[in-house]
Write a protein of this length. Structure first.
Length: 370
């Protein structure tokens, strides 16, 4: 069936997660026959200079936090419980407003979807009579995501829904679906190739010295191969390749296009606690070991998963090594960890979200024409 609706998805470049969620949604809209789906990084288009500076500041905050200058974490927690009329949120919610109005005027979308907390979207949507939906791509609540004119929120857990109800969001505006992941994760939910492999996402900790120290320790896990992914950090990839070129138990990659296949071969993953990374790991049922989570949403995500028994947190390399070796050698612990992951997993989130948005859209159109 072909739908002639126009879908506008707003994303951002602060980490990969928001874009990956947008791609997952676009895949499912196209799969269901929606012909016009546009994904836009609103900050990049509307405020390219501010966007470049803020992205660099965001990335730089990871290194600064290691030395106690935790400016991102401070700002995150300072505004976590802010009200919608908070002056800072009011300013942030105006970013991209004029540019988004021009996009909407030219593209004429039937629906606006946020995978990043753009307050300008519901304001513009309300002005044009267009419903706006928000996909919360974390496992914790933050005031930046909340806006009085969102048509519906799609969230990861019942606990997140409860927290939103407690701050006044109406129950009819919240749907527990999980976080949308790309179709490859849904269709390849476990490619068992009997390869004993520990997968380290080095881009989670871009400091070269720290990553080298991790690799030196992890390579000695008996009977396991260590695979390291540097992502788009070409400098780190070159450093690690030069340093570990002659280590038979270590393989270094840069950016991996088919990351699903690589993840599905892993026995476990060492990574940051980004919402999308955790959702992808849940889908593949591959345990995540979180090393030194960054203050802010990643730390809160990590704490949530740890409390649920679905991930392990460490701040010391030897402790990390102990946790991984326990998982690899203690079958009862491994079984319990995977069981908790299975309990948290929400299957087919992208499909559920897309179908619900389309149903709401066509119910709305039917009501208009009746």
């Amino acid at each position: 069936m072909t739908y002639h609706s126009r879908i506008l998805i707003l994303t951002a470049g602060y980490g990969e997660g928001h874009l990956l969620a947008s791609i997952a949604l676009k895949e499912h809209f196209l799969k269901l026959g929606v012909e016009f789906v546009q994904v836009i990084d609103l900050m990049q288009e509307a405020h390219p200079v501010i966007n470049k500076i803020s992205c660099n500041v965001y990335k730089g905050s990871f290194g600064a936090a290691r030395y106690g200058f935790n400016y991102y974490g401070w700002s995150y927690y300072l505004t976590q419980d802010a009200k919608s009329h908070n002056p800072l949120l009011t300013v942030l919610n105006r970013l991209g407003y004029r540019h988004l109005k021009n996009i909407v005027s030219n593209y004429h979308p039937d629906v606006i979807i946020n995978t990043f907390p753009y307050g300008a979207a519901p304001a513009v949507g309300r002005a044009f009579g267009i419903p706006t939906y928000t996909i919360i791509t974390d496992y914790v609540i933050h005031a930046r995501w909340l806006h009085p004119h969102i048509h519906k929120y799609y969230v990861a857990t019942n606990e997140l829904k409860r927290d939103m109800l407690n701050v006044g969001i109406h129950e009819s505006h919240i749907e527990v679906t999980g976080i949308p992941v790309r179709e490859a994760f849904e269709t390849n939910q476990r490619i068992h190739k009997n390869r004993k492999m520990v997968l380290l996402f080095a881009s989670s900790h871009p400091n070269g010295e720290l990553t080298e120290e991790l690799i030196k320790k992890l390579q000695f896990i008996d009977g396991y191969h260590l695979t390291v992914v540097c992502g788009r950090n070409k400098k780190l990839e070159q450093i690690l390749n030069n340093r570990f070129d002659n280590f038979p138990n270590v393989t270094i990659y840069g950016f991996v296009e088919q990351i699903t296949e690589l993840m599905s071969q892993a026995s476990c993953i060492i990574s940051k606690a980004g919402g999308l990374t955790l959702a992808e790991s849940l889908t593949l049922q591959i345990p995540v070991f979180i090393y030194r989570p960054f203050p802010g949403q990643e730390k809160d995500n990590a704490i949530y998963f740890s409390r649920k028994g679905a991930a392990a947190i460490s701040h010391d390399i030897n402790h990390l090594l102990e946790q991984i070796e326990r998982f690899l050698t203690n079958s009862s612990y491994a079984k319990r960890l995977k069981s908790q992951m299975a309990a948290l997993n929400q299957t087919k989130a992208a499909d559920t979200i897309v179908k619900d948005i389309l149903k709401n859209l066509y119910d709305r159109k039917s009501a208009t024409y009746s």
